[in-house]
Unconditional design. Structure first.
Length: 182
């Protein structure tokens, strides 16, 4: 089950690592030792929020204002502002921005599941999204990813995007193929 970073207490109980953006605002520190040693982690490479955030520089993720919020043994959450970069002309979150968030989050997660990046790479092959409610300009959304199936060559992810009141805004399913690099 996926813990939502907007519910910090549950996230910490599940062994989550919470980003620095929650310090002071909610009062919970980053817990680098939060993962239980006996619980299996999906990731082949343990996520490092600072390093992953730096890898977003100069990409669509940076342009959309995505920031990593936290992760657990089998989930990752990102935050995206609803502002001039992500709205449609009617002043609400653009569905394409939600889909870009979902695919970016899935690609990031699949990259963390690959043993050797010099020989294999993740590529999106199918995505769908249901847009369930509008989010007005000036707010933000939190996208949280969890696995549906992680195989050697294909990963299927569930991405839920929620508003500040924890209401479901968009639900997406993404299929990623792991290809061999030439």
């Amino acid at each position: 089950m996926c813990a939502y970073v907007t519910n910090v207490a549950n996230a910490l109980e599940s062994g989550a690592l919470i980003s620095e953006s929650y310090q002071g605002r909610i009062g919970y520190p980053i817990r680098k030792d939060a993962r239980k040693q006996d619980s299996p982690m999906l990731w082949k490479h343990e996520p490092d929020i600072e390093q992953l955030q730096q890898s977003m520089q100069g990409t669509l993720l940076e342009h959309l204002g995505l920031t990593l919020e936290g992760f657990g043994d089998d989930w990752i959450s990102v935050r995206m502002p609803v502002d001039r970069r992500t709205i449609q002309p009617y002043g609400i979150l653009h569905g394409g921005a939600s889909v870009a968030l979902a695919e970016s989050l899935g690609s990031l997660a699949s990259a963390l599941c690959i043993e050797d990046h010099s020989t294999h790479a993740p590529v999106g092959v199918e995505i769908n999204a249901n847009h369930l409610r509008p989010v007005p300009d000036g707010q933000f959304v939190i996208g949280t990813l969890s696995p549906i199936r992680i195989g050697r060559r294909m990963h299927v992810w569930n991405i839920e995007i929620r508003d500040p009141e924890d209401r479901l805004v968009c639900i997406s399913r993404l299929t990623i193929m792991i290809i061999e690099r030439d």
